[in-house]
Design a protein around this ligand. Structure first.
Ligand code: DGJ
Length: 730
């Protein structure tokens, strides 16, 4: 298995098929980080350097040895207050007001299977596919103990991390920071790739050199956010899609987070990721523990594509759960861009009828079906049907949809409350707001205090009432604002710093209850599109609405960034109308379909108002998607272009047995007398012969990977590209 220990030398090595992670406790009991990279079968501590650097202090027990400094050594879980002036992973305030922690090695434990984290999403594994190493460290004061947990998924090249902080003292301590990941990389040059954006323009990839100092990616919005995704990649400057070293990490958490990368005075790198400390303090009472969320790591020596492969596989197979984790997803029609709030049963049934005829599997009724909800100013919290709009209620509508041969899904935004709602009139104290201050509104709404059990119980009750009242096969779980004004009437003054994390624990508890009590329902996450697109939500919802931007051109950039960390099966994507509602852009129907196929696939427009020609295209695209879906969702995914720099966006899916591949994408702009470009394919079997699009064109895998395939002659902008390759037998 993957954990190797030399007890005498206090040396720990976590080995996966292609990677190795090493730590060692030294003569002072300091746990040093030794190595993360390719498998080396050698204790890499010979690379440790002990320079005497000015203004780098020395621990007392090192005596007069000025070369032993915590400020220069690679450390496994760095603390503040004891002479390491780089970013700490953990900070506490003791009852006497002092803030130091000095962690030393105590013991270790190995367990079969993967550890769980109480009340939080995490990678899961069983005794045959994973192992856990726990390293227990103690603070020299004797009052704090920290257990570093490592999950090893050998075949996946995945290592997970989480820490448990325990108060062994007689008095409370305040935990001011408790990161999940701390990774020191003392050698070589590295660059940073991260995914930033804004509403309707999420997860744009950005690659930058590391400056001397600290680079930070973070969210203080109470959600993982549109602005920064809780993930990053460190790569060698020469790293490409299929060559060069890279280390990636994503956070299994959906709230505020902070990821910092520091390049210190010696050119050494430290990466730290965890709950955002600016919105966190935890009153750790005597005997209490605090468990951090999980950070997941992988390493690739063969560029980004292998890194993404490792992440896609672990997310699909060890984070997503339930009936739909690997199952084919229904092709759905969502009414939002077709009607917004302006609908009634007749209009929805008209769309449903057309959808059923064109081959759609499921109709999803979006915002506006409940309470008093004719615009976004009111109604949130009142999760009972608006009979004025839907005569006969949800039951009758779902039955009618079912009779047309489709399933039925429903939108909720459970965490929110409108001031103009029955719920707010009854329970104003359930909204998060600071007494004696006016609250900040976001989309006119306030946020429910999800840390309260009565709020969770209310939501469980009203949501399950609806779910029990009709045949509902899908829920879209939306969340449409950033959170501020943090205050809970339920917590003491000292406990207010716990609210942002308690909110997450409450949300996760409610999601856990609903997903386990309604295992047949497909949950899709959403937060104004991809404002909470993270592995925490994927634990409950195997797909997340990727962005409110449904414009196919913009989507190629959004989906490109998303693909570095998250699998295609997790990407909620729909074909919408042109001119597009977010950009006014006009793209061909086929291009829109191809782009939406790199995800869950569905429609978000009034199918009943399409031209006859477009309706025929919809039929064809649904049929195609059904044919391609196993390859798209289960195959290996390759990025063939960088749509931020190139004039085309191209991606490829290859089946595990390499007998089938699909290249999809678009050429953005056409120019006169344009020379056709050849694009090198990836992941094929060099010895196989592949037939292209069922035609007489047949090329070897070697030719397609070394010489490439010519893009079609483009005519007009956003010209669709599709090459379906099948191994030719005989
Ligand atoms: C934001 C979502 O991203 C949209 O798809 C839609 O559901 C609206 N909310 C409804 O208010």
């Amino acid at each position: 298995m993957g954990i190797y220990i030399n007890e005498q030398e206090k040396f720990f090595s976590l080995k996966t098929n292609n990677t190795e992670y090493q730590m060692q406790a030294d003569e002072y009991g300091v746990l040093k980080h030794i190595w993360y990279g390719e498998r080396v079968e050698n204790n890499m501590s010979y690379l440790l350097e002990y320079p005497d650097v000015g203004f780098s202090g020395n621990p007392y027990d090192a005596g007069n040895d000025r070369t032993y400094s915590l400020n220069t050594l690679p450390l496994e879980y760095a603390c503040s207050g004891i002479g390491d002036f780089r970013i700490p992973a953990v900070s506490v305030k003791h009852s006497d007001g002092s803030c130091a922690l000095d962690l030393r090695y105590k013991s270790f434990k190995i367990k079969k299977g993967k550890y769980n984290i109480t009340g939080m999403p995490a990678v899961y594994g069983n005794e045959s596919d994973s192992e856990t190493l726990e390293i227990i460290l103690y603070d020299t004061s004797g009052k704090i103990e920290i257990t570093l947990r490592y999950g090893v998924l050998e075949k996946y090249d995945i290592i997970t991390r989480s820490a448990v902080i325990r108060n062994l003292g007689q008095k409370s301590v305040i935990l001011e920071k408790a990161a999940s990941l701390c990774l020191d990389i003392p050698h070589f040059e590295w660059e940073l790739v991260h995914f930033h954006g804004r509403h309707a323009m999420e997860r744009l990839s950005q690659r930058s050199p590391l400056i001397n100092g600290i680079q930070e990616i973070a969210s203080t919005r109470g959600t993982s956010s549109h602005q920064h995704n809780p993930s990053f990649i460190l790569c060698s400057p020469e790293c490409t899609e299929n060559s060069g070293e890279c280390i990636g990490s994503f956070f299994v958490y959906s709230g505020s987070f902070q990821a910092q990368v520091e390049r210190d005075e010696l050119g050494q790198i430290r990466a730290v990721m965890g709950i955002h400390p600016g919105l966190f303090s935890w009153n750790l009472k005597p005997g209490d523990i605090f468990e951090t969320p999980e950070a997941v790591l992988t390493y690739s020596k063969n560029g980004f594509s292998k890194l993404s492969y490792n992440f896609h596989k672990v997310i699909r197979e060890h984070i997503c759960r339930g009936k739909y984790k690997l199952a084919e997803r229904p092709v759905l029609i969502n009414n939002w861009e077709a009607t917004y709030f302006d609908f009634n049963s007749d209009k929805i049934l008209e769309i449903a009828k057309e959808s059923a005829e064109l081959g759609v599997d499921m109709l999803v009724l979006d915002d506006g079906w409940f309470g008093k909800r004719d615009d976004d100013c009111s109604g949130l919290g009142d999760w009972f049907v608006n009979e004025k709009k839907l005569q006969g209620g949800i039951y009758e509508l779902a039955e009618n949809v079912k009779n047309m041969g489709m399933r039925f899904g429903l939108w909720f935004e459970p965490e929110m409350i409108s001031e103009d709602s029955e719920l707010y009139r009854e329970h104003p104290e359930w909204a998060i707001r600071i007494p004696d201050r006016q609250p900040t509104r976001g989309r006119y709404q306030l946020v429910l205090d999800m840390s309260r059990e009565d709020v969770q119980d209310y939501l469980y009750k009203v949501i399950s009432n609806i779910l029990d009242s009709a045949e509902i096969s899908y829920i879209k779980w939306d969340m449409n604002r950033s959170i501020c004004d943090w205050y809970s009437g339920f917590l003491t003054a000292e406990g207010q710093g716990e609210l942002p994390h308690r909110y997450m624990l409450g949300l996760y508890a409610l999601l856990e209850r609903l997903t386990s009590d309604y295992p047949e329902i497909l949950f899709e996450g959403c937060s104004g599109g991809g404002g909470r697109f993270d592995a925490g939500m994927l634990y409950y919802c195997p797909q997340i609405w990727c962005s409110d931007d449904t414009d196919a051109y913009e989507r190629t950039k959004i989906q490109y960034g998303t693909s570095f960390i998250y699998p295609v099966s997790s990407v909620g994507s729909h074909v919408s109308v042109v001119p597009n509602h977010q950009t006014g852009r006009i793209t061909p129907m086929e291009t829109r379909a191809i782009t939406a196929m790199a995800g869950s696939f569905g429609y978000e427009l009034d199918l009943s108002s399409l031209s006859e020609q477009d309706k025929q295209s919809v039929k064809l695209h649904i049929k195609k998607f059904r044919e391609y879906a196993p390859l798209i969702h289960n195959g290996k995914y390759y990025r063939l272009s960088n749509p931020i720099n190139d004039n085309y966006a191209l991606w490829e899916f290859v089946s595990d047995d390499e007998t089938e591949a699909l290249v999809h994408g678009m050429v953005y702009r056409t120019e006169p007398n344009m020379k056709r470009k050849s694009i090198k394919l990836e992941g094929l079997n060099p010895d196989y012969q592949y037939q292209v699009n069922g035609s007489s064109e047949v090329y070897s895998g070697a030719a397609l990977m070394k010489g490439g395939i010519l893009l079609p002659k483009a005519w007009g902008d956003y010209c669709p590209v599709e090459f379906h390759l099948k191994k030719q037998e005989g």
